[in-house]
Each structure stands twice: as structure tokens, then as C-alpha cells.
Design a protein around this ligand. Structure first.
Ligand code: MCA
Ligand code: AMP
Length: 468
């Protein structure tokens, strides 16, 4: 592989913590003509094995500390293994130091794994042209410039971190600082320095930053709040921004967070304005280069104020799900990408109402399939049947909760289940609450009634008393 002049769209998977090394490896893969497949940090070996095989990766690059976990996987998948030390600390060959290099926009550039309702995660393939369109849209809408300085606190296996932070900053020569993982105090230190101008995060991170601010001394609080004054743009996305977070953040920082809406398959689609009125609870209007329509359940255009599915078109929309032509076909109708998100439009701005499937859960900005978790839980020896739901939570947005029917004579605790799940599920997919029930609620067809399962964990508030 090292001797090939052009990787010719070979997949290179990489398990590297957010860092200069991570970004250098991604750029190296692009320059060499490969497809970069960033893997989630904290993945259990079973997930790494799945990603490497599904992507049919020719090579895996990892931080040295993961080499012993990755080596047997790479070997059995027939992929070469490199550590970042092997690649980045090796002497640079003269011929690879050339300046500009041609990239054909139609060439496939990245594959980011995402969960759908059914099956295991799918690789979302974006071409160089898709990525360029996604970045140019944001650079223009949010007026990124070389004078900006931002801090990455997000993982780099998601579009939010890759496109909205890293690529947008580097596209226009802005300064990018990188934390290997989110840390509330370290993030506040950098905001308090007064050097940052742009900041983007998910609601759970703002929730954590608020908690950290609340527990600081009055003097530290003043320094942190004053540092926010230097930031020209603070953004939230990837999950719904709770009203309390928006309001408390405004009091602490003086910023009305700019909320926007995106998806791995399209990059960013809708945004509140940089200048002009930002409407709490709304995700704004289409970003440059994005066309949108709302389609109701009769397959007709939803009028203003009526819910419909968000469907999108634009140069940023992905090219395909890797080696899943059926899923790709199902995801498009007449060239429109069907997001599965339901929204309404009021006075030109869009408000998200939820997803068409209850089986997609968003926890801390990470998306997962309830059905995928159920498939794994059913392999537990004590579990006869189970139902996984997302339950509203002020910190995580939604919490993964499992209701299970245990086998006769078996008992199961949450601690036991979480321990058992660690090598089998990514950390954010592991249930945070468990309820053992004698029978799951089912409808006449025998299908589990998920809203009733959700109510086990979060009983709906009693209806307000009517005045007699
Ligand atoms: C970590 N844990 C989680 C999550 N992340 N549990 C549920 N949901 C999660 N998302 C687990 C940890 O493994 C640990 O488990 C426990 O929670 C507490 O860990 P802690 O250290 O407190 O959490 P953390 O590691 O700091 O992570 C929280 C986080 C992280 C910083 C909010 O989840 C995060 O960076 N989320 C952002 C994801 C993101 O970028 N999404 C964008 C995708 P244990 O207690 O067992 O050890 S959407 C996208 O890209 C589209 C295009 C868009 O619109 O933006
Ligand atoms: P992902 O597939 O991980 O890229 O997540 C994309 C999904 O996150 C979208 O389809 C939405 O359901 C959700 N999402 C993104 N931004 C927002 C937002 N501002 N408010 C509510 N949901 C959002």
C-alpha cells in the first residue's frame, strides 16, 4: 500500500483521538486518493471489527495505545495496520512534499457510519464535491474567515466535528485548537482566554458547561462569562436544544445560541440566521445550496403550519450508503433525500417535531437504533424478550432504557446488564435504566407498544386540572 501512487478509493479506517495526528491522517488519506473512515473512539473491539469488515478497509491507522486491540482485527480482515507513530513520525519522502494536488470532485472521500432504524450502522459515503459544498455553505452563512479561532470539543467520527468545526476552520485559514475529548473546565479555560471567536457543540455539552459554571467561584464565573464576549458565534445542533439550556446559557454567556439542523447524509441543512432574529425552538431556514420540501403522509406538500417529512436536495447530499444499493434507493424519492425528520414551517422558519420512527434515539448527540440494541440484549442468557426506548432526559436529550422479560428463574440488575454490554455495545448504546417486567405491552398484532414502554420509565405528567 505504501508504494501505491494513488489509493484509488481504497478505504482507510482510522481510530485516532481528535488531535493534529487525526487531522493529518485524514488529509493524508485524501491526498493519497483514499476514502477516510473515521471510527468512534471508545468502540468495543466487536464494533471495530464490524466497521473494518463492512468498509472492506485496506488499511487501519490507530493511535499506538489501540494497536493491540486492532492488530488481530486488521490481520483477520486482511488490512494493513499502521500506528500514527509509524506514519507521522517516519521521515517524509521527497516526492510526497509537492504542493497542490488534483482531486476529482466526483471521487469518494469519506465514509461516516450512522445508525438507521434497522440493521447495523451504514457507511454514509460523501464525495469531495459533497464535502466542498457542505463546507462552502457554512463558510458563507456563518462568515468564517482567517481571523477566526475555534476550539474542537467534539468527536471526529461525526459530521458536526468534521465539517462544522475542522473543515470550516481550515477551509478559510482560521485557527483550530483541538481537545482530545470534551472536558468542561478545559473548554471554559479556553473560552475565558477571550481568544476564541467561534464555538459549536451539542446540547449535552452546553448542559455540562452550565453545570461547571454553576459550581465555579464567583471570580471564575466572571472570567468565563467575560471570555464569552469575545466569541462572535456560538452554535448548537445535532439534537434539540432544550429551552432551559438556551435560556441559562444566554444569562451566563450573553449569547442566544444559533441553533441549526443537519444530518450525516447531508451536512447542515437549516440554520437560524447569523444576523437577524434567532427564534428559540426553531432551526431556521435553508442554508445556501440546500433545497427543502415538507411532505405530509398523503405524499403532498405540507402547507405552512402543518407537519411533514423534511426532504432535502443539494450538492452536499451524500452519494450512497456503502454497498447498500437498496437502502440508498429507499432513502431517495425523485432525487429528494428523505430524512425521516418531521417538521412544520411557520413564517419561513422550520420547527422540528421529532422523527417518523420511535426506534431512532439521540443520546448526547449520538444517534442509535433501539432495534440494534434489542438484537444484542436478546443474546443475554437471562433475557427472553426486550424493548428499548429513548426517554426524555435533561442532560442527554434522550436516555437509552430497556424493559425486559427475563427467562424463568433468572434475575437481572442494571449493573450486571451494563457490565455484560460493555464489550458488545458502544458506551452510548448501553442502557442507563432497566426494568424487568412480567409481560411487555403488545398490540393485537403482538407488536410491542413502545409509548407504553416509555411510560414505564417516565410516566406522562397528569393532565392539568380543569376548573370546575
Ligand atoms: C458518552 N457516554 C454516553 C454518551 N457519550 N452515554 C450516553 N450518550 C452519549 N452520547 C457515556 C460514557 O461512555 C460514560 O459511560 C458515561 O456516559 C459518562 O461519560 P462522560 O465522560 O461523562 O461522557 P463523555 O465521554 O464526556 O461524553 C459526553 C459527550 C459526548 C461529550 C456529550 O457524548 C459527545 O461528544 N457527544 C457529541 C456527539 C456528536 O458530535 N454528535 C454529532 C452527531 P460509563 O459511565 O459507563 O463509563 S450528529 C451530526 O453530526 C449531524 C450532522 C448534526 O446535525 O450535527
Ligand atoms: P445524525 O444522523 O447522527 O447525523 O443525526 C442527524 C439527526 O439529528 C437529524 O436527523 C435530527 O433528527 C437530529 N438533529 C440534528 N440537529 C437537530 C436540532 N437542531 N434539533 C433537533 N434534532 C436535530
Amino acid at each position: 500500500m505504501a508504494d501505491r501512487a494513488d489509493l484509488d478509493e481504497a478505504r482507510v479506517a482510522f481510530l485516532i483521538a481528535p488531535s493534529f495526528d487525526h487531522i493529518a491522517v485524514q488529509w493524508g488519506i485524501w491526498r493519497a486518493g483514499g476514502i477516510g473512515v473515521p471510527l468512534p473512539m471508545g468502540s468495543p473491539a466487536s464494533d471495530v471489527d464490524y466497521f473494518v469488515r463492512d468498509a472492506d478497509a485496506s488499511a487501519v491507522v490507530c493511535d499506538a495505545q489501540y494497536a493491540s486491540m486492532v492488530a488481530p482485527i486488521a490481520k483477520s480482515a486482511g488490512a494493513a495496520l499502521f500506528t500514527t507513530d509509524d506514519l507521522l513520525r517516519a521521515p517524509v519522502r521527497q516526492e510526497s512534499e509537492s504542493g497542490d494536488f488534483p482531486i476529482d470532485g466526483a471521487r469518494r472521500a469519506t465514509m461516516v457510519y450512522t445508525s438507521g432504524t434497522t440493521g447495523r450502522p451504514k457507511g454514509v459515503v460523501a464525495t469531495h464535491a459533497n464535502i466542498a459544498a457542505q463546507i462552502e455553505s457554512l463558510v458563507s452563512a456563518w462568515e468564517w474567515s482567517a481571523a477566526d479561532r475555534t476550539l474542537l470539543v467534539l468527536p471526529l467520527h461525526h459530521v458536526h466535528g468534521i465539517i462544522n468545526v475542522v473543515c470550516s476552520a481550515l477551509w478559510c485559514g482560521a485557527t483550530l485548537e483541538v481537545l482530545p475529548r470534551f472536558d468542561a473546565d478545559a473548554t471554559w479555560d479556553r473560552i475565558a482566554s477571550g481568544e476564541l471567536t467561534v464555538f459549536s457543540a451539542v446540547p449535552t455539552i452546553y448542559h455540562r458547561l452550565i453545570q461547571s459554571w454553576e459550581s465555579a467561584t464567583a471570580e471564575v464565573q466572571r472570567g468565563r462569562s467575560s471570555g464569552c464576549g469575545a466569541v462572535r458565534l456560538m452554535m448548537s445542533g445535532s439534537a434539540a436544544l432544550p429551552r432551559q439550556v438556551l435560556e441559562r446559557w444566554r444569562e451566563i454567556s450573553g449569547h442566544l445560541l444559533l441553533e441549526r439542523y443537519g444530518m450525516t447524509e447531508v451536512g447542515m441543512a437549516l440554520s437560524n440566521p447569523l444576523h437577524g432574529e434567532r427564534r428559540p425552538g426553531f432551526v431556521g431556514s435553508p442554508l445556501p445550496g440546500v433545497s427543502i420540501r415538507l411532505v405530509d403522509d398523503r405524499c403532498e406538500a405540507a402547507p405552512d403550519g402543518q407537519p411533514g417529512e423534511v426532504q432535502l436536495k443539494g450538492a452536499g447530499v451524500f452519494s450512497e450508503y456503502w454497498r447498500r444499493p437498496d437502502s440508498t434507493n429507499e432513502a431517495f424519492k425523485n432525487g429528494w433525500f428523505l430524512t425521516g425528520d418531521i417538521a412544520i414551517r411557520e413564517n419561513g422558519a422550520y420547527r422540528l417535531l421529532g422523527r417518523s420512527s420511535v426506534d431512532i434515539i439521540k443520546s448526547g448527540g449520538d444517534k442509535l437504533s433501539a432495534l440494534e440494541v434489542e438484537d444484542v440484549l436478546r443474546t443475554h442468557p437471562a433475557i427472553a424478550e426486550c424493548a428499548v426506548v429513548g426517554v426524555d432526559d435533561p442532560e442527554w436529550g434522550q436516555c437509552v432504557c430497556a424493559a425486559v422479560e427475563t427467562r424463568a428463574g433468572c434475575a437481572l440488575s442494571l449493573a450486571e446488564l451494563r457490565e455484560w454490554a460493555k464489550p458488545r455495545l458502544a458506551p452510548y448504546k448501553i442502557p442507563r435504566d432497566l426494568m424487568c417486567v412480567s409481560k411487555l405491552p403488545r398490540n393485537a398484532m403482538g407488536k410491542v407498544i413502545k409509548p407504553e414502554v416509555t411510560a414505564f420509565f417516565a410516566p406522562p405528567a397528569p393532565p392539568e386540572r380543569q376548573a370546575p
